[in-house]
Write a protein that binds this ligand. Structure first.
Ligand code: SF4
Ligand code: SF4
Length: 123
């Protein structure tokens, strides 16, 4: 027990003063906020939605838009790989926290997460 405490004291702080301090050093494999250039989306393309393993890519039943729900996203990048047009890109934006579940849904309080592709009907 004493050795464990001594080692822990020697390690020092592992927290940081962020956001007042420097930004954290991210792993090369870090995957952050997704973005989509919907201007590259053909009208009937659904490749990203069909390849998403968690149901995070979904069709808004009211607007017909395809969106990413980052509350469900496991950041596997399958949608990015499935996209034939390179419209999906995962950034290294790491500030993904939200105060409530609804804030994680695109097109609400965090419009930069919007993923707009209009569909008139399923292919
Ligand atoms: S990264 Fe994976 S889980 Fe997230 S929206 Fe894309 S396919 Fe779905
Ligand atoms: S993001 Fe890519 S896969 Fe998804 S609808 Fe647009 S073009 Fe198709």
């Amino acid at each position: 027990m004493f050795n464990a405490l001594k080692t822990r004291i020697q390690q020092g702080y592992h927290t940081m003063a962020y956001p007042d301090g420097p930004a954290p050093v991210l792993s090369e494999r870090f995957v952050g906020m997704p973005t989509v250039d919907s201007s590259m989306c053909p009208e009937y393309c659904t490749s990203c939605m069909h390849d998403c393993p968690s149901g995070a890519v979904f069709r808004d039943t009211v607007s017909g838009e395809i969106r990413i729900d980052t509350g469900r996203c496991v950041f596997c990048r399958s949608c990015e790989a499935a996209c034939p047009n390179g419209a999906i890109r995962f950034t290294r934006e790491f500030q993904l926290a939200a105060c409530c579940r609804e804030d994680l849904k695109p097109g609400l309080l965090r419009p930069f997460m919007s993923f707009h592709t209009k569909f008139s009907e399923d292919p």
